[in-house]
Design a protein around this ligand. Structure first.
Ligand code: NAP
Length: 204
């Protein structure tokens, strides 16, 4: 498959790129600074910035799937998340969008205390994450809501579940970035959750 990765220089995006290449896919890595990505066979690095209209849609044209690890800092305009989602939502047959558990379609999933804490910590991007996720869903894509991301190795025991099957728990379930990459690439290869908000769970 031809897989495009938005946010390819990010902590999760890098793992998505590496895994997709390892699995034999042709990969287009979208980066604001292409020099941040080392060359590999089957990898094309394209300069693209959500804030520069047209660059993202042009970069992902012809891809079978677009996977997003787009994320912003507090200094960035949160509208970047919405623009990024709108620019890729209909750009490929399969779109998989990484976002945060407890926000947007999964608001409330962490219970009232943790939910309120999350809203306080992430207030900068709270509304934008919700609108961005909705844009992906409206276009038939898959959102992957993850709890706190970790650098732990992935033991293969990860799965996506539909968001409405999640039972709220006291502590948010953590998610190894490597596992998120694996689940997102797997969803691109064999879609099981088109047009669905999902939650990534790991372990038993
Ligand atoms: N941290 C957590 O515990 C956690 C938990 C659940 C979900 N999430 C969400 O998961 C997503 C990925 O997280 P992460 O920690 O892997 O992200 P990250 O390391 O912060 O990477 C973000 C990526 O987005 C890119 N980006 C930012 N602005 C851009 C623009 N205008 N145009 C194109 N690319 C742009 C960055 O490029 P540059 O390298 O050029 O800056 C980078 O590649 C985020 O949405 C995050 O909120 C995080």
């Amino acid at each position: 498959m031809k897989i495009a990765v938005l946010g390819a220089t990010g902590q999760t995006g890098r793992l998505i790129v590496a895994l997709a290449l390892d699995r034999g896919h042709e990969v287009i890595a979208l980066a604001r600074r292409p020099d941040q990505i080392a060359a590999r066979p089957n990898l094309r690095v394209v300069r693209a910035d959500v804030a520069e209209p047209g660059s993202v849609p042009a970069a992902v044209r012809g891809a079978d799937a677009v996977l997003s690890g787009l994320g912003i800092t507090k200094k960035q305009d949160p509208g970047i998340l919405i623009d990024g989602a709108l620019q890729i939502a209909s750009a490929a047959p399969r779109v998989v969008w990484l976002t945060s558990l407890g926000m947007g379609a999964t608001e409330g999933a962490l219970g009232s205390v943790n939910g309120a804490m999350l809203k306080r910590v992430l207030r900068h991007e709270w509304n934008a994450k919700s609108v961005a996720g909705q844009a992906i869903r409206n276009a038939g894509g898959t959102t992957v809501h993850a709890g706190p991301l970790t650098g732990r190795p992935y033991d293969g025991r990860g799965r996506l579940i539909p968001a409405d099957e999640f039972r709220p728990r006291l502590l948010p379930p953590t998610a190894p970035r490597a596992g998120i990459a694996a689940l997102m690439v797997a969803e691109a290869e064999s879609p099981g959750f088109a047009d669905t908000d999902t939650i990534a769970l790991f372990g038993r």
